[in-house]
Ligand binder design. Structure first.
Ligand code: PEP
Ligand code: MG
Length: 555
């Protein structure tokens, strides 16, 4: 056996055969046809027909809304105007490959220019063109494979759309070559409870059909596992299933100190699952996830509907809604479309909202209206706040709309270092450890090559968390954690020891964190935090905490 190292998401383990995601096909060259017009036309027609038939068949198998989407794609593939465009290029001497590539690209540009609903179909055309090209070349189509049996998906990285559409009955685990622990692929994997190891550089060597064990808790992919290893992995998977069925008590330490356990959500439809898993409210609602594919800013009415649906799911409970966080890994066409060399350091988060203040005001209007119609305890917060002045700007504006609880995300080291000044104005702080780690360590959260730096266990990050926790305690203001760090059960205890008063995470992580918190007292959490703070690096902080925790009594 051999072990490939990556970054595990969650604590799951799974085993099965590898199926690799096929990568995008290179564009064909415009070389003249050697087989003649009739043969090229027939090749193009056959390929288009086969792709349409395959899309229809997949749709029929999937049923529901997926069927509608796939049937619509089949219709686009066979669109007569598009066929005429392909034929015209073949008649001028092109190969079927070039004709399909060029005609689809032209059609894509036309749709994009029209914008709106049709503009959003532009990406579908790329997908269909790739499928037709693959057929012409006799190779597998790019995209998420569908081998017809459960498998371990190995990919360079996944687009959010690919992750969202994964068939969880078939995908046992996800291994990516790129992507750090806080890339949005990782976030979606955690949200869906998919066993995942990301940033596994050597996964590039895995081949279709080989059996591997994906151990997210250890952050490893084991190749050629022994029977013994397979059996242990199966047993661990079964044990985790039973932790998931423990009673849904509110979050509390062993000494009774309550630590609210909240959910990170990206759309209202996910609220029911969070409630079913015992979430005591919402600690981070990522509003930008609702509008990632919108070309125009959403209207007040559209937003109000979404927020009303969300708030209605949590009567009497706290729901923290984050203002649109556009930029870098989550570009929103209507908020920040300017090219920037370093978008993570650019006009993003609150900076982008401020540059389009009407959009921020509309969002606050929609939230205030939804708040008036529902019973939840609505808190609002701004992303990527770097200064005290920005804090005052946002909290004043939110209060202007009658929103009673207004706070900021602490994601930039400057606002952690000035936490006492920030919290003098904000009603609460919520620490986004994903970006806070990215900016503290100067390591792009999307880059597999620097994933080793993207570790919230790093004592430099923990010292910043301590600043915020201490300021919150002094001023009597709540300090939540809503980055992925809160979903790591051991780190969650350390964060509480540093002063976090609530933890927000993907609902799938709630059971493990609830259990681990219940085994530690506040004094123990503080001692563990001290041990982590005194370490030189992330690995030693983990080790120091594990060693000290082993000496504590069982509660
Ligand atoms: C964070 O940065 O930790 C956070 C919670 O926000 P996001 O991951 O959406 O950037
Ligand atoms: Mg962030």
């Amino acid at each position: 056996m051999s072990e490939l190292r990556g970054v595990g998401i969650g604590l799951g383990v799974a085993q099965g055969p590898v199926v690799r995601m096929t990568e995008a096909l290179p564009a064909p060259e415009n070389t003249p046809s050697t087989v003649g017009v009739d043969a090229e036309r027939a090749r193009a027609r056959d390929a288009v027909g086969a792709v349409a038939a395959e899309l229809n068949a997949r749709g029929e198998a999937a049923g529901g809304s997926a069927q509608e989407v796939l049937e619509a794609q089949a219709m686009i593939a066979e669109d007569p105007t598009l066929q005429d465009e392909v034929d015209a290029r073949i008649d001028a001497g092109s190969t079927a490959e070039w004709a399909v590539h060029d005609a689809f690209a032209g059609f894509r540009a036309t749709l994009e220019a029209v914008g709106g609903y049709l503009g959003e179909r532009a990406a579908d055309l790329d997908d269909i063109a790739q499928r037709v090209l693959a057929h012409l070349r006799g190779v597998a189509a790019p995209g998420v494979p569908d081998p017809g049996h459960p498998y371990i998906l190995v990919a360079r990285d996944l687009a959010p759309a690919d992750t969202a559409l994964l068939n969880l009955d078939q995908v046992l685990a996800l291994v990516t070559i790129d992507g750090g622990p806080t890339s949005h692929t990782a976030i979606l994997a955690r949200e869906k409870g998919i066993v995942a190891v990301v940033g596994t550089v050597r996964a590039a060597d895995l081949v279709d059909g080989e059996t591997v064990i994906v151990d997210a808790a250890a952050g490893t992919v084991i190749t050629s596992p022994s029977d013994d290893e397979k059996q242990r992995a199966a047993q661990r998977a079964a044990e985790r299933l039973s932790a998931d069925t423990a009673p849904l008590t509110p979050g509390a330490l062993a000494d009774g100190t309550s630590i609210a356990l909240l959910a990170n959500l990206g759309k209202p439809a996910d609220a029911a699952d969070a409630v079913a898993r015992g979430a005591e409210g919402v600690g981070l609602f990522r509003t930008e996830f609702l509008f990632l594919s919108s070309a125009q800013a959403p209207t007040v009415a559209q937003q109000r509907e979404q927020y009303r649906e969300l708030l209605s799911a949590f009567p009497g409970k706290k729901v923290v809604v984050r203002m649109l966080d556009a930029g870098a890994d989550k570009p929103l066409a209507f908020l920040n479309d300017a090219h920037e060399e370093n978008p993570a350091l650019g006009l993003r988060g609150l900076r982008a909202l401020r540059a389009s203040e009407d959009i921020l005001r509309e969002q606050l209007t929609a939230l205030a209206e939804a708040d008036a119609e529902t019973e939840a305890d609505l808190w609002v917060m701004a992303p990527m706040v770097a200064t005290v002045e920005e804090t005052v700007y946002f909290t004043d504006l939110a209060r202007e709309y009658g929103l009673k609880t207004a706070g900021v995300m602490v994601e930039v080291p400057s606002s952690a270092l000035l936490a006492d000044r920030v919290l003098a104005h904000a009603d609460f702080a919520s620490i986004g450890t994903n970006d806070l780690t990215q900016y503290t360590m100067a390591a792009d959260r999307l880059l597999g090559s620097v994933a080793g730096f993207q570790d919230p266990w790093h004592p430099a990050v923990l010292r910043l968390v301590r600043e915020v926790g201490a300021a919150g305690a002094r001023l009597g203001k709540p300090v939540g954690i809503c980055g992925e760090a809160a979903a790591d059960p051991q780190l969650a205890v350390v964060l509480v020891g540093l002063g976090a008063t609530s933890l927000s995470m993907a609902p799938s992580a709630l059971a493990d964190v609830r259990h681990t918190l219940s085994t530690r007292t506040l004094d123990e959490a503080r001692s563990l935090a001290e041990a982590a703070l005194a370490a030189d690096d992330a690995a030693s902080a983990r080790q120091a905490v594990a060693t000290l925790a082993a000496t504590f009594p069982h509660h």
